[in-house]
Write a protein that binds this ligand. Structure first.
Ligand SMILES: Nc1nc2c(c(=O)[nH]1)N[C@H]1C(S)=C(S)[C@@H](COP(=O)(O)O)O[C@H]1N2
Ligand SMILES: [Mo]
Length: 422
């Protein structure tokens, strides 16, 4: 029995791997628009899908499994809404490639782990995690959000390629570590004139040799101002699955730029032309027609760096039944930390008039800003929409298709929730 079950399960894994490969082949051939549909179908058809805890030991079994090789786990909105700081057991997971032995929430082994620093610097240097551990730490409460978060909403306009993340490819967590600028100071490493970008490499490797290794570049000015070499997550050593023992964390940036299992930093004059930096993880500078193709280059697009202004309704949840009369609505808003969230507006059907929510400013500019509102809802099917505006006037488009792009990155459309008012 047990054996048969195991065999069945590995057959399922093989089948998924096959589907994954065939969708990858479709992607390569350019007919990749159907990938998200295939993946949704796989997830729906597969009752024997492993749970989050099977894939990453210690993860809550209630997480949504979008992918298995490597694991892609999403936090359901209802669970995200329960915590001010997202517990590590509930935090989403996304990997492009894996590191052996990292599929768990145990503290990663730091013995002998070093980070090399080179490129356009006065002299190359190496720092051990053990040395970083002895230096003064700073802590940031921040939103860790995959740039693919909300891709499912883009797909309502035209299919977007990739896992159909809804709202929960994010969390609000605490990362602590040593500021990059302090590390360079301590090592006596000075950026050369001409160094404009910081490129980070992890120790993970692509599944197949010959595939491009995952790495990312960010503007050096921001990195020197705010990046940390993080050693702890939510007060504990960073677990293996989240990039321990050391991860580059840049508050206000999309999670993809927060390179896990940090092995090397390069200061360079240009963004890396690596596949993951140029062919992926970018958005067009100018709007494109939903469903159209786009070939990225460094000039026509922006890397998924600073997060767009966004808000999410935590309660009521989509599909919930509520009593007519005054209804409490709450949620969170955030951006890249450059200016506070000044306004969150709520609109409800049928009036459609926007009314302001009350905002609770958080201590950290990079964390969720909580907001609450009370609206009066008439009986029937009602829609609630939330729209944040920050101190720089940056807001969210109402039409989900507004920033559509082929891989569905950086969704920040107005969050819409439908409720039945009784
Ligand atoms: N080394 C390395 N770092 C990585 C990745 C990866 O594949 N390898 N994936 C990135 C992406 S796309 C995201 S969204 C975040 C996810 O962080 P989490 O799994 O800790 O939630 O890690 C980023 N850092
Ligand atoms: Mo991501």
């Amino acid at each position: 029995m047990g054996d048969r079950h195991t065999q069945q399960r590995s057959a399922d894994f093989d089948r998924r791997a096959f589907l994954r490969r065939s969708t990858a082949a479709l992607a390569a051939s350019g007919i990749w628009a159907s990938e998200s549909f295939d993946r949704q179908r796989v997830a729906a058809a597969d009752a024997d899908m492993p749970s989050a805890g099977d894939l990453i030991a210690g993860k809550d079994p209630r997480l949504i499994v979008h992918g298995t090789e490597p694991a892609e786990l999403e936090t359901p909105l209802a669970l995200l809404a329960e915590h001010r700081v997202t517990p590590t057991s509930l935090l989403f997971v996304r990997n492009n490639q894996s590191l052996a032995g990292a599929a768990n929430l145990k503290p990663a082994a730091a013995d002998g782990w070093t980070v090399e620093i080179g490129g356009l610097v006065s002299r190359p240097a190496t720092v051990a995690v053990a040395d970083l551990a002895r230096m003064a730490h700073v802590e940031h409460e921040l939103v860790l959000q995959c740039s693919g978060n909300g891709r499912a909403m883009f797909s309502a306009a035209a299919p977007a390629k990739g896992a159909p993340w809804q709202c929960g490819a994010m969390g609000n967590v605490r990362f602590a570590g040593v500021p990059l600028a302090k590390v360079l100071d301590r090592l006596g490493v000075k950026p050369n004139v001409g160094a404009r970008f910081l490129t980070a490499e992890g120790r993970d490797a692509p599944a197949k040799s010959g595939e491009p290794d995952f790495e990312h570049s960010i503007p050096l000015a921001d990195a020197l101002e705010r990046s940390i070499l993080a050693l702890s997550l939510n007060g504990e050593p960073i677990p293996a699955a989240h990039g321990g023992p050391v991860r580059l964390v840049t508050p206000g940036y999309y999670a993809t730029m927060n390179v896990k299992w940090l092995g090397r930093l390069r200061l360079e004059g240009q963004e890396t032309t690596n596949y993951h930096q140029v062919r992926r993880y970018r958005t067009p500078k100018e709007p494109i027609r939903p469903g159209s193709e786009f070939t990225y280059d460094l000039a026509n697009s922006d890397a998924n760096w600073r997060m767009r202004t966004k808000s999410i309704i935590f309660a009521p949840l989509d599909g919930q039944r509520v009593k007519s009369g005054p209804v409490g609505i709450r949620g969170v808003a955030w951006n890249d930390g450059a200016a506070p969230i000044e306004t969150v507006l709520l609109a409800t059907s049928p009036s459609g008039a926007w009314q302001p929510a009350k905002i609770e400013l958080s201590k950290s500019p990079y964390a969720w800003q909580h907001w609450t509102a009370e609206v009066t809802l008439a009986a029937g099917d009602q829609t609630i929409m939330a729209r944040a505006i920050d101190g720089l006037g940056r807001s969210q488009p109402i039409a989900a298709a507004a920033h559509w792009n082929p891989a569905g990155y950086a969704f920040n459309g107005v969050h819409t929730v439908k409720v039945l008012v009784e």
